[in-house]
Design a protein around this ligand. Structure first.
Ligand code: SAM
Length: 380
């Protein structure tokens, strides 16, 4: 059976997402900013949730249509056979997002969808599902455009960047799916040296290790679709097993992380242990300007601190030339990738980027600067 789905991802990673979906036999792609509409059966849905490294969430399209006012959408929602989707004893939460929507209140529309679902169940069974804001079993999402509405069931539940094994965090950790997308954009291949010299909680390191061991990122978590009435437990179990069998066991992975902050290194260590990579990745507490390349060639990927507080810019302005010196002196033969919202960075490092890829880190408009270190070149 062909169902319609929408997979969201950080803006800038849509092409990578489409490639991931192609591999699992999804079809009928329609790319939009921040996601892809596609079709597939349950196998495709389960595989997308377990295997996508860059998707944020995947949603099942229950109904779409045109509307002029609130009542049109309420009636369309009341018309859906909700009991074919989930049992009345499941808890629900409705959310709404809108782009260029003429309706006065998006919150009111959220309430009306909740009313429609509850009215439907009450009429049929004499009872209604309870609303649960924090950990609902079923997430219903209404997406409103100028004339069109789409009603979705969230198949992922918790966002897919929650891989299920991050214990602790530092300030401003990068989301796992954005980190995985950046690694893909860097062109790094398992076996090559990988270094994050400002590793914070170790997100890039763990995502690189998951790729190197061919480990699907969703193997250690649950998904929203598991609470649906049509959940095919046997199919899910089989799919999970095939991903588990595909994991390549490795010892050391040539993945290296460092940070100037000992607390960050401790947090990274904790996360590596939980992810099962403590023996595969080497950690060190070091200033960027003190790092040495672990191998003659490799890929450096990092997201430096953002100058968000007063005084930060000045501190960064002083740090950039130090980092550039280290790169020029020791990193010939390396490709380096910096994700930052400080567009002045390459200029202040006096290094010319060979590529600038626009990416959004949450709401922050960022660039991924590619700087290839070749002996004696790159000077601005
Ligand atoms: C934005 S955070 C990186 C977050 C990380 N990608 C994660 O997912 O947790 C920046 C990190 O750079 C580190 N840092 C800042 N200046 C540094 C320097 N000069 N040398 C090494 N690390 C530095 C900070 O301690 C912080 O952990």
């Amino acid at each position: 059976m062909k169902n319609h789905y929408f997979a969201s991802c950080p803006r800038g990673l849509e092409d990578i997402l489409q490639k991931e979906l192609l591999v699992i036999n999804a079809s009928d792609f329609e790319k939009v900013d921040g996601g892809i509409l596609f079709t597939g059966n349950h196998e495709v849905l389960y595989k997308a949730n377990i295997s996508s490294r860059v998707a944020t969430r995947i949603m099942y399209l229950v109904k779409k249509g045109v509307y002029e006012n609130e009542e049109d959408i309420f009636k369309a929602a009341l018309d859906i056979n909700w009991s074919s989707l989930f049992e009345v004893n499941k808890t629900i939460k409705v959310s709404t997002t809108a782009i260029k929507c003429p309706l006065k209140s998006v919150d009111f529309m959220t309430l009306r969808i909740k009313d429609a679902i509850c009215d439907f169940f009450r009429k049929k069974f004499g009872k209604r599902p309870s609303v649960e804001v924090r950990e609902p079993d079923i997430k219903v999402h209404l997406f409103l455009e100028r004339n069109n509405f789409s009603l979705y069931l969230d198949a992922s539940g918790n966002p897919l960047y929650q891989r299920g094994f991050r214990a602790a965090s530092v300030e401003a950790p990068i989301k796992e799916n954005l980190a995985a997308g950046i690694i893909e954009l860097s062109g790094w291949k398992p076996g090559q040296a990988f270094l994050d010299p400002m590793c914070g909680s170790g997100t890039f390191l763990i995502e690189a290790a998951l790729i190197a061991t061919n480990q699907a990122p969703g193997l250690r978590r649950d998904f929203g679709f598991m609470a649906w009435k049509n959940f095919d437990k046997a199919l899910f179990k089989n799919i999970k097993k095939s991903y588990q069998n595909a994991i390549i066991q490795k010892d050391f992975l040539r993945i290296y992380g460092s940070d100037k902050d000992l607390r960050a290194i401790r947090v990274s260590k904790k996360n590596l242990v939980l992810a099962g990579f403590e023996d595969c990745i080497q950690l060190a507490c070091k200033q960027f300007k003190e790092i040495k390349p672990p191998l003659d060639e490799g890929v450096l990927v990092t997201n430096p601190p953002y100058g968000e507080r007063i005084g930060d810019d000045e501190e960064l302005d002083n740090a950039y030339p130090d980092w550039a010196r280290t790169l020029k002196q020791s990193f010939a033969g390396w490709r380096t990738y910096f994700l930052t919202n400080d567009f002045r960075m390459p200029k202040l490092m006096r290094l010319a980027p060979s590529k600038k890829t626009p990416l959004f880190n949450g709401a922050l408009d960022c660039r991924l600067f590619e700087i290839k270190m070749v002996a004696g070149s790159n000077r601005k």
